[in-house]
Write a protein that binds this ligand. Structure first.
Ligand SMILES: NC(=O)c1ccc[n+]([C@@H]2O[C@H](COP(=O)([O-])OP(=O)(O)OC[C@H]3O[C@@H](n4cnc5c(N)ncnc54)[C@H](O)[C@@H]3O)[C@@H](O)[C@H]2O)c1
Length: 440
């Protein structure tokens, strides 16, 4: 099948590479020329484990192509996925500018029948809006509007394990108006469902909404545990015990029950906002989801306040050197969008602290944001030299069993604020650290 993917980011590139890998001819399009030029030179715009090998194999075998030229890509494609970004606008609603731009462009250039699939996370009604825009474009050129059909196919991959998630999905959700469109997508996805057919067909509105509902549930679980962690600190309980005891109940399960610095990234924060916005618009306030967002904000503030209190108040943070381990919003990705580290660094810089930071893969992205306002280090120990404390923000594996003796020697003061509960408080006390973690 010839397939076009519009938007070659975290979702588009993974989708394109994995679909090419099963034998399809895939054209990945992006409006960002630098990104496309680099991809054509074999340089990937993102860090995603295992992606480079699949991209290079499929470009070499002439199944995967990168271009800025949408018309060239779309010619004779049977399916076109929209994987452009849908960030929050000022009101919290999903900004559909990119989706609408692609729909307008398609309406002006499509010549042959095609199935347009929204894979970006979009509010209910967007897929039909895309159809309307494209069909109007076709009508204006006296072409048959029914040659275009649409489907919703929200993406559930997780950065860091995106290849595995795409190849072995828990579920593939599609919302369609016509059974033949569902069949076509089933055919496309069947190589990834050999063990178990996890293809779910539903109406378009349900398909669009289920992605938001899933992310809102995940956000709510995290915020729930973060609220419990705050209570644990007040009553002298340990959130790790609470998590185990809760998680062993099969009705609850163990996933997404970690207290920490709250959720970040390019999806959960914006999707929670977009869902609450949709609820308000529909006069159906989503109190729980709104509270998840509020708790998420509080959790970061509380953590920052604890650091500030340790130094004796805001004025005393000035001139302190702070080491920070982990910048990406979670391990195994270079994505720093809405990362807790960005919030903490901005606040600490605002209080005139000096920040030294290390991340295994996200430094390049962080440097673009902070330029020379932050000292970026080549390894995690280099950060610690002369620092008044260490803040652990992202739970990269290499931070889990560090050389504590070396850390103590390098730090000016043996103080650790651990936003991810990586170490045992008892052990840290024995080693002579002032150790602050969350909910323990
Ligand atoms: N990143 C994730 O983990 C993830 C997971 C599931 C769903 N999603 C959803 O998928 C969508 C894409 O997310 P992402 O993280 O891949 O975004 P991204 O920012 O990494 O990539 C989007 C790409 O689209 C391109 N683009 C924007 N407008 C365009 C246009 N008019 N024509 C051509 N290209 C255009 C941008 O240049 C960019 O390269 C979002 O709706 C997101 O919510 C993301």
């Amino acid at each position: 099948m010839k397939i076009t993917i519009v938007g070659t980011g975290y979702v588009g590139l993974v989708t394109g590479a994995c679909l090419a890998d099963t034998g399809n001819e895939v054209w990945c399009v992006d409006k960002n020329s630098e990104k496309i030029d680099n991809l054509n030179k074999g340089i990937l715009p993102i860090y995603e484990p295992g992606l480079d090998i699949i991209v290079s194999r499929n470009t070499k075998d002439n199944r995967l192509f990168f271009t800025n030229d949408l018309a060239k890509a779309i010619a004779n494609s049977e399916i076109c996925f929209l994987t452009v970004d849908t960030p929050s606008n000022d009101t919290g609603a999903a900004d559909l500018t990119n989706v609408v731009a692609v729909a307008n462009a398609l309406g002006e250039m499509l010549q042959t029948p095609i199935l347009l699939v929204t894979k970006s996370t979009v509010p209910v009604g967007t897929t039909l809006k895309v159809k309307k825009i494209v069909q109007t474009g076709l009508q204006n050129r006296s072409l048959d509007p029914t040659s275009v059909s649409v489907a919703s196919n929200p993406e559930f991959l997780k950065e860091g394990t995106a290849i595995q998630d795409f190849r072995y999905p828990d579920r593939v959700v599609v919302g369609t108006e016509r059974s033949q469109d569902a069949q076509k997508l089933h055919e496309l996805y069947s190589p990834f469902m050999r063990k178990q057919d996890c293809f779910l067909v539903m109406d378009i509105a349900s398909s669009e909404l289920c992605k938001y509902a899933s992310n809102a549930m995940l956000a709510t679980r995290i915020s729930f545990m973060n609220e419990m962690s705050q209570l644990c600190e007040k009553v002298g309980a340990d959130i790790a015990h609470i998590r185990t005891a809760m998680g062993w109940d099969p009705r609850i399960g163990t996933h997404f029950l970690y207290a920490g610095l709250g959720y970040g990234g390019s999806c959960l924060p914006k999707d929670v906002l977009a869902l609450t916005h949709l609820g308000k618009e529909m006069e159906t306030p989503l109190y729980l989801v709104e509270a998840a967002d509020q708790t998420n904000g509080n959790q970061r503030e509380r953590f920052l306040n604890r650091i500030v209190a340790h130094f004796g108040g805001k004025n005393n943070v000035k001139g302190k050197t702070v080491a920070l381990w982990g910048i990406s919003f979670k391990p195994e990705t270079d994505d720093i969008r809405q990362a807790p580290a960005i919030f903490l660094i901005e606040k600490l810089l605002g209080l005139k602290a000096m920040v030294k930071a290390f991340d295994p893969v996200a430094i390049q992205n962080a440097r673009k944001l902070f330029e020379d306002r932050v000292t970026f280090c080549n390894n995690n120990y280099a950060c610690l030299e002369g620092a008044d404390c260490l803040i652990i923000v992202t739970e990269w594996n290499e931070f889990r069993s560090p050389n504590f003796t070396k850390m103590k020697q390098l730090l000016t003061n043996p103080v650790i604020f651990d936003g991810r509960n990586l170490y045992s408080p008892e052990k840290m006390r024995e080693l002579g650290f002032d150790y602050f973690s969350i909910g323990r």
